[in-house]
Design a protein around this ligand. Structure first.
Ligand SMILES: NC(=O)c1ccc[n+]([C@@H]2O[C@H](COP(=O)([O-])OP(=O)(O)OC[C@H]3O[C@@H](n4cnc5c(N)ncnc54)[C@H](O)[C@@H]3O)[C@@H](O)[C@H]2O)c1
Length: 353
């Protein structure tokens, strides 16, 4: 069996899900790991039996054994490290978002073209097993043309702090961190229509609410609540050239009764509720039908989706398939996300030519 030799850069919180997935894949050998924090890299190296440990990603990329890399660093280093990895001849799985700015995204795209290697964007929600099921219905045209989608990911308390809350390193708050997942998922299922215009609002009303006690939430490896320069809530209306539209609202904190996730798509032959649980809606013989697919994971199952994402990346490295999340999909999403921020800052709709 062919084996892919993997290096991982950025051994913080989410690296655990990548490493677990690589470990479970018999076509993978984990050969190198890197983090600015040497102790953190060493701990993971020990846990996952990884022989080479670095604190400088260039050194990892200089290791000719490494064939492909997972990039799990702060958003502000995604572009730089992706470009260096591609130029070093490695295939890349880059965590979402692809990067912070459109300029950076275009540079990464250029590096993919010049290197002949590929870059997969870490759109893990595309890899949920429920999405695999739904995609079969969509590809069979059971939903018809999808003309409206609604995505909402509300955390009542969940600013991860540290670099996530530092706009300089993250590029923004809940919109670029969690909004990217659901905007991408809808856009992907809608058939990747070209964006026409974006109207958005962002709010910095509640701060990070680090004063709240007795509630757990996701935290960056270096949690620090002293700095917070990102929005705590964003909403947007995105119009596409084919006439379809997408409404989104996301928060790190909001006076909501509970956390919630709702992602729905609506076509002219049928619709689907994706989160919290897959359901398909249609019409047969003048009767409205709600289909309740009987599947093991009808919602988003975190580690299962990561396993699928990594297996897909590995198979793409081996030439067994072609990645379904190429760099172009990262570029398009950065355009949309930045347009939401621009629209909010300027108080007007942003139009694309
Ligand atoms: N797909 C998902 O569901 C999901 C979930 C969480 C985070 N993420 C993404 O994963 C990335 C990391 O998030 P996290 O939660 O693990 O953050 P984290 O802060 O827990 O870990 C990031 C690690 O990267 C290291 N690092 C930063 N810059 C580096 C560099 N130049 N070289 C080497 N190491 C460097 C840091 O020292 C830290 O250990 C982010 O891009 C985030 O958006 C994705």
């Amino acid at each position: 069996m062919s084996i892919v030799k993997i290096g991982l850069i950025g051994s913080g919180s989410i690296s655990e899900s990548h490493l677990q997935a690589y470990k479970a894949n018999p076509k993978v050998q984990l050969v190198a790991i890197c983090d600015l924090n040497e102790e953190r890299a060493r701990q993971k190296a020990e846990k996952f039996n990884i022989p080479n440990v670095y604190t400088d990603y260039n050194k990892l990329l200089g290791n000719s054994e490494v064939e492909a890399v997972s990039i799990c660093t702060w958003n502000n280093s995604h572009a730089e490290i992706s470009i260096a990895a591609l130029r070093a001849g490695k295939n890349v799985l880059c965590e979402k978002p692809l990067c912070k700015t459109v300029d950076e995204a275009l540079q990464v795209e250029q590096a993919v073209r010049e290197s002949g290697k590929f870059l997969q964007v870490g759109y893990v929600r595309r890899h949920a097993s429920s999405i695999g099921v739904l995609k079969k219905f969509i590809d069979a045209d059971d939903l018809g043309q999808i003309y409206f989608a609604k995505a909402s990911l509300i955390r009542r308390l969940g600013n991860p702090g540290g670099w996530f809350a530092d706009k300089e390193r993250s590029g923004g708050g809940p919109l670029i961190d969690i909004g990217v997942h659901v905007i991408d998922l809808c856009w992907y299922l809608m058939g990747k229509p070209k964006v026409k215009s974006v109207s958005g609002n962002t709010y910095n009303k509640l701060g990070n609410r680090s004063n709240i006690e007795n509630l757990d939430f996701y935290k960056a490896a270096d949690y620090d609540a002293s700095l917070n320069t990102v929005e705590d809530m964003a909403n947007a209306l995105i119009r596409f050239e084919n006439g379809a539209s997408l409404m989104v609202d996301v928060s790190f904190t909001l006076h909501a009764k509970d956390n919630s996730a709702q992602v729905n798509i609506y076509g002219d032959k049928g619709g689907a509720e994706i989160e919290p649980k897959l359901a398909i809606v249609t019409e047969r013989h003048n009767t409205m039908i709600n289909i309740d697919p009987q599947i093991t994971s009808p919602g988003f199952e975190f580690q299962g989706a990561f396993n699928n994402e990594i297996n897909h990346f590995v198979d793409s490295c081996l030439g067994l398939t072609e990645t379904n999340s190429p760099v172009e999909d990262g570029v398009e999403m950065i355009k949309i996300l930045n347009a939401v921020y621009q629209s909010a800052a300027e108080g007007r709709e942003i139009h694309f030519d």
